[in-house]
Design a protein around this ligand. Structure first.
Ligand SMILES: Cc1cc2nc3c(=O)[nH]c(=O)nc-3n(C[C@H](O)[C@H](O)[C@H](O)COP(=O)(O)OP(=O)(O)OC[C@H]3O[C@@H](n4cnc5c(N)ncnc54)[C@H](O)[C@@H]3O)c2cc1C
Length: 415
């Protein structure tokens, strides 16, 4: 295996890009080339489309892509969580069938975890999967399922054994979303977008080989997905921001963002748009206000510290340590950053920040930030849940009293 250094990663990646990058390629055609080269997901194993580059050196590769203007593999959406989960727990068949099309962006994914009665308490899922004949048959309801209306495949958590204790009766499946047993209904959010859905599963089918890990291991696989979601730092996630460069491949990427990636177009706003704070502070003159300057400095420090926490988590992963509760620290930090950024945008703009429409500040973008930021404190586990995890697993404080984990799930009070 190559012993990578910053210099060797930079030199090899640069040489490959200079020999191969061409904006006249089609998007999928280029991404297939990238997948074959291993530079699209350089920190993945070389057996599975990567180059075994340490996670900490991925930013070097990203710099090289940026320098030459090259488009990377598809990094937006639940597909990144699907990839991380399949790499950790999937069979070779799962890896062969799904990973390439995740990286090329040909398949779109959704995460079928939350249910009307189990969001924070996701292990309380009551959607059931039963083996009938030679197939799993699934019945139940999921909710808040981002991108289900676009998805080809879903990551499904379902109960397979009601006589086991809560966390042991769950199994994890990859389910084909394009089948008659699945009905998807969009839900409209307060920011005007409709990126998530309720999903009804009625005798929906799953092939036995699409079970991930063993029957009853669903909770540990779910934890892997959630840890990656909370960390958001697996080097395979980015925002759906279209470039304005000319060329066939950029046109196709813009089209991808307009169509399949449409549910994620407000995600940069949900993170608070810290990148806009300094330009806005200069434009509005807010930078000269000593009180506001203090607040801006605090935000930028907090945002940098959050970035470093994410890098620490990356370093831990690099040393082969499993995904740990660092993800919860990072997730909580991103909630704080998003809220502080929204407060400062409002302080800079005053009441006008609430306006929407073409003649409003930044075409309504500021208002979109204000009504999108609350999502950061909810999606992927609420702030309260992250605090519970930090308290119990990092600080080793006494656990919350539970009456639902020492008896068969069938006998547990629900809802
Ligand atoms: C933008 C967005 C995208 C999402 N995408 C998906 C998706 O793709 N797939 C998916 O499966 N889900 C998705 N979700 C759902 C998300 O995971 C849940 O909303 C979240 O886990 C909270 O669950 P809930 O909404 O049922 O709230 P509840 O669990 O009903 O919580 C209500 C309130 O009670 C608090 N609370 C609950 N339990 C405790 C406790 N033990 N201690 C202290 N406080 C507690 C919570 O913090 C919260 O304030 C998404 C949510 C958002 C906002």
């Amino acid at each position: 295996m190559t012993e990578w250094t910053e210099d060797s990663v930079r030199a090899e990646c640069r040489a490959w890009l200079e020999a191969n990058w061409n904006p006249d390629y089609g998007l999928v055609e280029w991404r297939n080339k990238l997948v074959d080269s291993g530079w699209g997901a350089p920190h993945w194993p070389s057996r599975w489309y990567g180059r075994d580059v340490p996670v900490g050196l991925v930013p070097v590769v990203e710099e090289e892509f940026k320098r030459i203007g090259a488009i990377g593999v598809a990094k937006v959406g639940i597909r990144t969580l699907a990839a991380a989960t399949i790499l950790a727990h999937g069979t070779d068949m799962h890896k062969e069938k799904f990973l390439r099309r995740i990286l090329t962006g040909e398949d779109t994914w959704c995460q079928l975890f939350s249910e009307p009665g189990s969001g924070s308490d996701v292990a309380g899922a009551v959607t059931r999967a039963e083996m009938r004949g030679n197939k799993w048959v699934v019945n139940g309801q999921k909710v808040w399922t981002t991108s289900a209306h676009k998805a080809d495949w879903g990551l499904l958590l379902a109960r397979t054994d009601w006589d086991q204790v809560k966390h042991k009766g769950l199994s994890y499946f990859i389910i084909n979303m394009k089948q008659p047993g699945i009905t998807v209904q969009p839900l409209k959010q307060m920011n005007g977008h409709a990126s998530f859905n309720q999903v009804f599963l009625t005798d929906a089918e799953v092939e036995p080989e699409f079970l991930v890990a063993d029957v009853g291991d669903g909770w540990s696989v779910t934890t892997t997905t959630l840890m990656h979601e909370r960390r958001g730092a697996d080097g395979l996630r980015s925002w759906a921001i279209a470039s304005n460069l000319p060329g066939r491949i950029y046109d196709e990427e813009r089209e991808e963002i307009r169509t399949t990636m449409e549910p994620y177009k407000w995600y940069p706003q949900r993170a608070g748009r810290v990148d806009l704070i300094m330009p806005r502070a200069r434009e509005t003159g807010g930078i000269n206000d000593p009180v506001l300057r203090q607040e801006i400095a605090k935000l930028l420090i907090m945002s940098k510290a959050a970035e470093w926490t994410a890098r620490r988590a990356r370093a831990a992963q690099e040393q082969g340590r499993p995904q740990g509760p660092e993800g919860s620290l990072g997730k909580l930090a991103s909630s704080h950053v998003a809220r502080a950024a929204a407060r400062i945008h409002t302080a800079l703009m005053g009441a006008n920040a609430m306006l929407t429409g073409e003649d409003s500040p930044m075409n309504g973008l500021l208002a979109e930030i204000l009504v999108s930021v609350p999502a950061t404190s909810i999606a992927g586990g609420t702030d309260e849940i992250q605090r519970n995890i930090i308290a119990e697993r990092v600080l080793k404080m006494p656990k919350e009293p539970r009456e639902d984990i020492d008896r068969p799930f069938r006998d547990v009070r629900r809802n």
